[in-house]
Design a binder for this molecule. Structure first.
Ligand SMILES: NC(=O)c1ccc[n+]([C@@H]2O[C@H](COP(=O)([O-])OP(=O)(O)OC[C@H]3O[C@@H](n4cnc5c(N)ncnc54)[C@H](OP(=O)(O)O)[C@@H]3O)[C@@H](O)[C@H]2O)c1
Length: 288
């Protein structure tokens, strides 16, 4: 039986990883943030030598994009220094290290899906500190695995963003309003955390390392995504398509951040479902 330490196990992604690994007969260690802070190098070392997991999965991040601009030092500590240190310790202790990164390492000007070998050019502090984190993790430990994901949604809320995911927010707003404005010029691949979690046992078993992309197939704007949510749930609402300038953002974000899962496909690993199918699954699950 494999033993996995999941850092951030009460988060949106971490909670699905925990349930998925349990289904695959892993023993999971799930300390919360106050019990194990990834910036505390000595405590992490002590924890790993006491518990000796086979794999460490780090979902923890400082990822509220506007707060990262205000606190770049904290963002660097959590998104760059801590994962780099985790990678070093895991290498020393012969533990597989898996770390999550983001589509925000790219600037969005390619307008075609980004592949793993495209060179990042982040537009904000969050993206920059995550990119530095990826480099630190891989430079220190070539057996580590960095997984870039994008626009995730799960059953549990995103703790850093403190609230509902996009789907839950749309369904809530539709109950309160007759009309909604949703951005039509930001293109993403919305991805269910369940689908990411479900692939982890395969990635571990196949000893995949390096940087990989893991998102739902296909792409859509937030407006198209909202439209599919309302169609599938037979929700009556007037949905307007607006430009991102309609909701002025403090921090620049890529307008196109679709990731192509080229690396896993080249290894013969089955990719994730199309975003539309994944959305339907999610809506069926929350209904039940
Ligand atoms: N959300 C997205 O749309 C998105 C998109 C692309 C990539 N990502 C990446 O995906 C990963 C997971 O995102 P998520 O939405 O699941 O995040 P989340 O819901 O905010 O969960 C993050 C978890 O990490 C814990 N944590 C934060 N700082 C920590 C620290 N210093 N030490 C230990 N634990 C700490 C949090 O605990 P507390 O809440 O108790 O502090 C929480 O349990 C992150 O790496 C993020 O950069 C997310």
């Amino acid at each position: 039986m494999k033993k996995a330490l999941i850092i951030g196990a009460n988060g949106q992604l971490g909670s699905d990883i925990d349930s998925c690994l349990l289904k695959h007969n892993y023993v999971t260690l799930i300390p919360n943030h106050s019990e194990l802070d990834i910036v505390d190098f000595e405590k992490i070392k002590q924890y790993l030598s006491n518990h000796k997991p086979d794999v460490v999965i780090n979902t923890a991040a400082y990822h509220h994009v506007d707060l990262c601009e205000e606190n770049p030092e904290l963002a660097t500590k959590i998104n760059t220094v801590a994962p780099t240190n985790l990678s070093i310790i895991c290498k020393e202790m012969n533990i597989k290290f898996i770390h999550f990164s983001t589509d925000y390492v790219f600037d969005g000007v390619k307008h075609k899906p980004y592949i793993e070998s495209d060179y990042p050019n982040p537009l904000n502090v969050y993206g920059r500190t995550k990119f530095e984190g990826e480099k630190g993790v891989m430079l220190e430990n070539s057996h580590a695995l960095v997984i870039r994901i994008s626009a995730i949604y799960g059953v549990n809320p995103c703790r850093a963003k403190n609230g509902l995911n996009f789907i839950q927010l749309m369904l809530k707003l539709a109950k309160e309003k007759d009309e909604l404005n949703v951005v039509g010029d930001e293109i993403v691949s919305p991805t269910a955390t369940y689908d990411i979690a479900n692939l982890l046992p395969i990635l571990i078993e196949k000893e995949v390392c390096g940087i990989i992309h893991l998102t739902s197939e296909g792409e859509c704007s937030w407006h198209e995504f909202a439209s599919e949510i309302f169609n599938y749930t037979h929700t009556q609402i007037k949905l307007n398509k607006v430009d991102s300038a309609f909701f002025p953002a403090k921090t620049p974000r890529p307008k196109y951040s679709v990731l192509e899962n080229e690396s896993i496909k080249s290894k013969g690993i089955q990719s994730l479902p199309h975003w539309r199918d994944a959305l339907h699954n999610y809506l069926n699950n929350i209904k039940n």
